[in-house]
Design a protein around this ligand. Structure first.
Ligand code: HEM
Length: 148
């Protein structure tokens, strides 16, 4: 059974298999796929830091003593940088990028990053504000995986 991955969906099998391509183009496309998957991996490490940082503060959030830990700021920044690079790599590889989906993800991430950056030194962040960052992060995860 052939493995279907995000980078093969929407392409004809001949294109996927590299039929009719010169060896140079075939190699370049293969390297591009590796590069894209590498950045998707880094993108996921970014979510892990952002969401993981949030989850460590859940108990404190209940008591109103949560703070934006550095992992959340670094995770959000990683999401932005790797996300922008992924858009560029996909376009360079002639793969369609859903601009509306990316725009919504970008808008939510800018709110997340802005809040975490501005409040990064606050010893405690109010429960609704802290909860909002978690909610927007989770919303972005589901937008990424459910919006096809
Ligand atoms: C908290 C914010 C974000 C979360 C949780 C998130 C989540 C994800 C996840 C889980 C994937 C892999 C699944 C998939 O292929 O759809 C992904 C892929 C991707 N993300 Fe994000 N993302 C975020 C922000 C961004 C931003 C700001 C951008 C661009 C500026 C971006 C651009 C992309 C691109 C281009 C891909 C490659 C797959 C595709 O074409 O859809 N992401 N993201």
């Amino acid at each position: 059974m052939r493995r279907i991955c995000a980078s093969t969906v929407g392409r004809g099998w001949t294109e996927w298999a590299g039929v009719g391509r010169s060896p140079g183009r075939w190699l370049a496309s293969g390297l591009m796929d590796v590069l894209i998957h590498l950045f998707v991996g880094l993108h996921i490490i970014g979510i892990a830091a952002l969401l993981g940082g949030f989850l460590t503060q859940m108990r404190a959030m209940g008591q109103g003593t949560a703070r934006f830990v550095p992992a959340m700021l670094h995770g959000a920044a990683t999401m932005l940088v790797t996300g922008v690079i992924l858009v560029g790599l996909n376009q360079a590889d002639d793969q369609e990028v859903d601009n509306i989906k990316i725009g919504v993800k970008l808008a939510l991430l800018i709110v997340i990053l802005g809040l975490v950056y501005v409040k990064r030194d606050d010893e405690r962040v109010e429960k609704p504000l802290f909860g909002l960052v978690g909610l927007l992060t989770v919303a972005n995860v589901f937008i990424a995986v459910l919006w096809t």
